[in-house]
Design a protein around this ligand. Sequence first.
Ligand code: BV8
Ligand code: ZN
Length: 241
Amino acid sequence: MTARLTLTPTSKVLILTGAGVSAESGVPTFRGTNGLWEERRVEEVASPQGFDADAKLVWRFYSLRRDGASKVNPNPGHEAIATLEARLGDRFLLATQNVDGLHTRAGSKRMICIHGELFKTRCERCNEPFVDTKTYFDAVPRCETCDGRLRPHIVWFGEMLNPTHLTQIDGFIESAGPELVFLAIGTSGQVYPAAGFVDAARRVGGQCWLVDVDPTPEYARRFDHVVRGKSGEVLPALFAP
Ligand code: BV8
Ligand code: ZN
C-alpha cells in the first residue's frame, strides 16, 4: 500500500531530514558507519575538544567529506522535497541535519541548515562564515585578517545550535498549531535538540510522520504514521498532489 500524505489548503509542512535522505546519493550515514571514522567516534572528531586535540585530523575528516560530497548528486528524495516546497511556498519549511549541500542543489530554498554547512569555513575569532570548497590535508588554514585558526562552519557535538534557527523552527510549529504536518525523514532521532522537534509538533496537535528504511523504535513510537522505505523511492508518491 503506498502511503499518501493528505494536505489541506491550510496545512503547514515542517520536514526534518537526516543522513538517510542522502544515503541513495552515496553519502555514508552516521549509523551506517556505526558512528565511526578511522576507528574514532564521530562525536570525538566532530567536537571542539577534538579540534583542539588535533585540528589537522579534524580538517582531514571534513576535507574527505568535501571531496566525497562534491562527487555525488541529489536523489529523487531531495527532488521530491524541493517540489513540495514549490507547491506550498511559505506553508513549508525544511530543517536539515545534513551538511552535504544536496538539498540546495536539488532546489530547496526555504531551508535551515541546523548543523552547519560542509562547504563553508569560518575563522574562530572573526566568526564570519564564507563559502569554501577547498580541502586541507596538510596544514590547518589560518585567517588572512587576524591569523586565527580557520574551522569548518559545522555545529559540533557539545556546541549550541544557532538560536535564531531554533526560534524560526519553534515559531513555524507554534503558528501552524493543529494544521502542522511534521515529517522526519532518514534520521535515527538520536541527536538533540533536533530529535525533540517531534515532541514540539505533537504538543501543538500536529500530525507526525516518520519515513525511514529501518526506523529507530524509541523514536518511531512518537509518530502517528511510520512509512518504512527508502526516501528516494517513497517520497515522490507520498508527496504526489
Ligand atoms: C547541543 C554536524 C547544547 C557534524 C552533527 C554530552 C556532551 C555534549 C553534548 C551532549 C552530551 N550528551 C548529549 C548531548 C547533546 C548532543 C546529543 O544529542 N548527543 C547525542 C549523541 C546523545 N547534542 C549536541 O551536542 C548538540 N548541541 O546539544 O548543545 C549543549 C551544549 C553543551 C553540552 C550539552 C548540550 C549539537 C548536535 C549537532 C552535532 N553535529 N552534525 C557533522 O556532520 O560532521 S550531528 C550529526 O549526527 C548529524 O547532523 C545528525 O544530527 C546526527 C546523525 O544522525 P542522522 O542524521 O539521524 O544519521 P544516522 O546515521 O544516525 O541515521 C540515519 C537514518 O537514516 C537511520 O535511521 C537509517 O535507518 C535511515 N536511512 C538510511 N538510508 C535511508 C534511510 N532512510 C530513508 N531512506 C534511506 N535510503
Ligand atoms: Zn580571523
